[in-house]
Design a protein around this ligand. Structure first.
Ligand code: COA
Length: 188
C-alpha cells in the first residue's frame, strides 16, 4: 500500500510529471500539506489496503469520506497501479476494472459502466482530460490521451489521442500502433 502511495506522491513533486527520485519523509509531509488531492490518494490506498485484508467497515467509511471531503467517488479496493495523479478530484467518478501505472486524470472525469455491468480497462501512462467520460467494457491502450470532454465508448489503441463525442482518433504514435488496430476509428 505504502509503495503505491509513494508512487502517487512522486507525481506531485512536479505536478503531473513522473518522478523516480526518492522522497524523504519531510518532502512527503510537505507534499501532503500542499496538495489536497494527494491526501485523497492516501485515504484511497489505506481503504484499499483494509479491503484487501478483509477489515470490516473501514473501506466503506473511507469511500464515504472520500466522497464527502474530496468530492471524489472512487471504488475503494479497485485495481489501480501506483502513480495515479488526479489533479482535481471534485466531481470525478472512478469505477474501472483496472487502471495501470502513472495515469493522469485531470478533472470531473467519469470512468464507469455504460449500459451493461462492464467497466473500462485502462493501460499505463494514460492521460484523461477534464470532463472526459470513459464508458463500458472497453480497453484504453498504454500512453493513450483522451481529450477534454471526450466521450469514449470504444477501444482506444496504445499511443492514440482521441477527442470529441463520440471520441475519434486525431493522432497516433505510429511506433506503437499497427494500422489494423486503428482501422475501426475515423482518422481525421
Ligand atoms: C487531447 C489533447 C491532449 C491533445 O493535445 P495535442 O496533442 O496538443 O493536440 P492538438 O492540440 O494538436 O489537437 C489536435 C486536433 O484535435 C482537436 N482537439 C484537441 N483537443 C480537443 C478536445 N478536447 N475536444 C475536441 N477537439 C480537440 C484540435 O482542435 C486539433 O484539431 P485540428 O487538427 O482539426 O486543428 C488536448 O487537446 C486536451 O484536450 N487536453 C486536456 C487538457 C485539460 O483537461 N485541461 C484542463 C485543465 S484544468
Amino acid at each position: 500500500m505504502f509503495d503505491l502511495f509513494l508512487q502517487d506522491a512522486r507525481r506531485w513533486v512536479t505536478p503531473g510529471q513522473v518522478s523516480t527520485a526518492p522522497l524523504s519523509l519531510r518532502q512527503l509531509l510537505a507534499l501532503l500539506f500542499r496538495h489536497l488531492p494527494l491526501r485523497a490518494m492516501l485515504w484511497f490506498r489505506f481503504g484499499s489496503w483494509c479491503k484487501q485484508r478483509g477489515i470490516p467497515f473501514l473501506p466503506g467509511y473511507v469511500q464515504r469520506r472520500l466522497y464527502r471531503r474530496y468530492g471524489l467517488e472512487i471504488v475503494v479496493g479497485a485495481d489501480i497501479g501506483g502513480g495515479l495523479y488526479i489533479a482535481h478530484p471534485v466531481g470525478t467518478v472512478i469505477s474501472p476494472q483496472r487502471i495501470g501505472r502513472n495515469c493522469t486524470i485531470v478533472a470531473a472525469v467519469t470512468i464507469g459502466m455504460r449500459n451493461e455491468w462492464e467497466f473500462p480497462v485502462i493501460g499505463d501512462e494514460v492521460f484523461i482530460g477534464a470532463g472526459a467520460r470513459v464508458l463500458g467494457g472497453i480497453t484504453i491502450g498504454d500512453r493513450a490521451r483522451i481529450g477534454a470532454n471526450a466521450v469514449v465508448t470504444r477501444d482506444v489503441p496504445a499511443g492514440a489521442t482521441v477527442v470529441g463525442i463520440p471520441a475519434r482518433v486525431v493522432k497516433v504514435a505510429e511506433t506503437e500502433v499497427k494500422a489494423s488496430e486503428v482501422a475501426s476509428f475515423k482518422l481525421s
